[in-house]
Design a protein around this ligand. Sequence first.
Ligand SMILES: [Fe+2]
Length: 198
Amino acid sequence: MSLTSTASAPASRQANPAAIAAAVTGTCPDGLVRAVRAEVRRGLGWQDTAGRVAAALRANLPDPAAILPASLRCGDPAGYQSHLLYAEADGSFSISAMVWMPGQQTMIHDHVAWCVTGVLQGREYEEIFTLADGARALSLTARNVNPAGAVSGFAPPGDIHRVRNTGDTVAISMHVYGADISRLGSSIRREYALPVRT
Ligand SMILES: [Fe+2]
């Protein structure tokens, strides 16, 4: 997940901890923003907030064509793309869309805050890891296949994962973060390059 802008889509970003600020490149439906804001303003803990925001996203999953222009829904052969759709003015949450061509994947990483994901198109495959051998390795603990319509939420700790488009079509997913991605550029806290025990 490098955060290098691409020549074909200069405002697009691939996530990276050393990110630069991202610009809004799509549209987030007002109803979804209002629903997420209502849950975030409850001021609950990260796990509870992630669960409630997941329900809000599940009830407001948009059509990909409603949030990204056709040119950004094709994917980029250079790597999966993250497009910022909305950032709350007080920095409490932000919303992005990710576009993956078949075979594209993230590094193994964790996150700076809670995160909710919803698959809008295609299929995403997620592997979940825990630290092992005194944090010198990773242990693969779960695998999830998330088809279109699948929504899940999680919060650190225990949020080390890798996501891949294992389908044969472009996959598009929506992500709500409990952090200001317009400022951070990414929700990634750390990338892991450790051996994996399966
Ligand atoms: Fe992630």
